[in-house]
Design a protein around this ligand. Structure first.
Ligand code: PLP
Length: 405
C-alpha cells in the first residue's frame, strides 16, 4: 500500500481531529535512534524525543522485539490475574529506587491522580479524615485529567474547565517560606516537580527540596515528587531527586518508562502500602504485559548501553554549548538552564519561538518549546556526541541568522 501524501493526511487530520493540538506540518513515517523520517522521505534529527518520552531512541531493537514477543504471547490479562512482566517490572523499580511498592497505570496524569487519592486515603485510614488538602507549586504541570489539572499551577490550562477539585492550593516554586506557611494540620500532601519542565525548565534548588522534606515531616504531611518528565535517567541519574538526596514518600513516573509504549507508575514507600485497599483504586490497562515487557527492555537497554551515564556526560556538553549561546551577544538567547538532557534555552520576547522551531525543522532539526519563550532540548539518552553537536550547530546558525533579520 502506498502512503498517502503528507498534505492529504494533514488535511484529513484537520477535518477529523478535535482541534486540540497544533502539530507541525510533518507526518512521521518511521524512526530510528535519534532520527525520524517523514512520509516524503526527509530525515530529521529529533532533539524532542517525543516530549521526553523515547528515552532509548526510536525503534530500539530490544524494545521492539520485546513488544512483538509479548504481544504474540498475551496482549492483556487484566488485574484479575498476575502477569510476569508486570511483577518483574515492579520488582525492578523497587530495586533501583528507594521505594518499596508500585502501582502501574497508563500515563503521567493517571499516576498523579493516583497520588492524590493515595494521600487522602492514607490519612483517612489513620483516622485523620480532615487532612485532605494538597499544596502544589505555581507554574507546575501535572497533566490534563481533572485532578492532575487542579494540581497544575498554570491558569492557561484551566480556562473554562471549572469547577476543579477542591482543597488544592498553589504557592510559588522554589520558595520554602511560602510552602512552610501553606502546609499545616490539614495538609495531606505536597506535590512538586523536581524540575518544572513545562513551565520552562526551572530547576528546584536542592536546599528547597530538603526544606520541603522537613516542612512535611514537621507537619505530618506526605511529600510527593512528580518525576514524570525528570525520571528515568533524563537528568543523568535514575531519578532526578537523587541529585538532592531527598527521598519523598512517593513519586509518579511515565514518559520514558516504556520509551514510547503508553505507561505510567507510582512508586511508594512501605508505610503507604495499605493506603489503597482492594477496590479503592484500579486501572483496566494498568500493568499491561506488553507495556511492562517494553519497560523491562528499556531498563536492559539503558544498562547495557550505559545510557544514564551518557545522559550525564552529553548533558554536560549540552549545558556548555547552550551557556555559550546565551553568553554570545550575536545570538538572541537570554539564558540556558536545566539538568542532564533536560535543558532550556530562553529566547527574548521579540523572537517568535514558533517561527524559530519552523526554521530548525526546515534545516532538519526537531525541537519543542515550553513555558512560552523557552526552547526545550530533551533528546534520547543514547544520543551521540556527533548527533548532539550537529543539532546544536544548526540551532546556532539558525539563531545567528535570526538576529540579523
Ligand atoms: N507531569 C509532568 C511533570 C509532565 O511533564 C507531564 C506531561 O508533560 C505530565 C505529568 C502528564 O503526563 P501525561 O501526558 O502522560 O498524562
Amino acid at each position: 500500500m502506498s502512503l498517502p501524501h503528507s498534505h492529504e493526511i494533514i488535511e484529513t487530520a484537520q477535518r477529523v481531529g478535535l482541534g486540540n493540538y497544533r502539530p507541525a506540518p510533518l507526518v512521521v513515517a518511521s524512526g530510528h535512534g535519534c532520527y525520524l523520517r517523514d512520509t516524503e522521505g526527509r530525515e530529521y534529527l529529533d532533539l524532542t524525543a517525543g516530549n521526553a518520552v523515547t528515552a532509548v531512541g526510536h525503534a530500539h531493537p530490544r524494545v521492539t522485539e520485546a513488544i512483538a514477543r509479548q504481544a504474540a504471547a498475551v496482549l492483556h490479562t487484566s488485574n484479575l490475574f498476575h502477569n510476569e512482566p508486570s511483577v518483574r517490572f515492579a520488582q525492578e523499580l523497587t530495586r533501583r529506587t528507594p521505594f518499596d511498592r508500585v502501582f502501574l497505570c497508563n500515563s503521567g496524569a493517571e499516576a498523579n491522580e493516583t497520588l492524590i487519592k493515595l494521600a487522602r486515603r492514607h490519612h483517612h485510614r489513620l483516622g485523620d479524615t480532615a487532612r485532605t488538602r494538597i499544596v502544589a507549586a505555581t507554574g507546575g504541570f501535572h497533566g490534563r485529567t481533572m485532578g492532575a489539572l487542579t494540581l497544575t499551577g498554570r491558569d492557561v490550562y484551566k480556562v473554562g474547565m471549572g469547577p476543579l477539585l477542591g482543597g488544592v492550593h498553589h504557592v510559588p516554586y522554589n520558595d520554602l517560606n511560602a510552602m512552610a506557611e501553606a502546609v499545616g494540620p490539614y495538609t495531606a500532601a505536597v506535590v512538586v516537580e523536581v524540575v518544572q519542565a513545562e513551565a520552562g525548565i526551572i530547576v528546584a534548588d536542592d536546599a528547597y527540596l530538603r526544606g520541603l522534606r522537613e516542612v512535611c515531616d514537621r507537619n505530618g504531611a506526605l511529600l510527593f515528587f512528580d518525576e514524570v518528565q525528570t525520571g528515568y535517567g533524563r537528568t543523568g541519574t535514575f531519578l532526578a531527586q537523587e541529585h538532592s538526596g531527598v527521598v519523598p514518600d512517593a513519586c509518579s513516573l511515565a514518559k520514558g518508562i516504556a520509551a514510547g509504549f503508553p505507561m505510567g507508575a507510582v512508586a511508594v514507600r512501605e508505610d503507604l502500602a495499605g493506603a489503597l485497599p482492594p477496590g479503592s483504586h484500579a486501572s483496566t490497562f494498568g500493568g499491561n504485559p506488553v507495556a511492562c515487557a517494553a519497560a523491562l527492555a528499556v531498563l536492559d537497554a539503558m544498562d547495557d548501553e550505559s545510557m544514564i551515564e551518557n545522559a550525564a556526560v552529553r548533558g554536560a556538553y549540552l549545558a556548555a554549548r547552550l551557556a555559550a549561546l546565551a553568553a554570545d551577544p550575536e545570538i538572541p538567547a537570554l539564558e540556558a538552564r536545566g539538568k542532564g538532557l533536560l535543558r532550556g534555552l530562553v529566547l527574548p520576547d521579540h523572537l517568535d519561538p514558533a517561527s524559530v522551531l519552523d526554521e530548525f525543522r526546515e534545516r532538519g532539526v526537531l525541537l519543542s518549546r515550553v513555558g512560552g519563550q523557552v526552547l526545550r532540548f530533551s533528546p534520547a539518552l543514547n544520543i551521540t556526541l556527533k548527533e548532539l553537536a550537529d543539532g546544536l550547530d544548526v540551532v546556532e546558525r539558525t539563531l545567528r541568522a535570526a538576529l540579523r533579520r
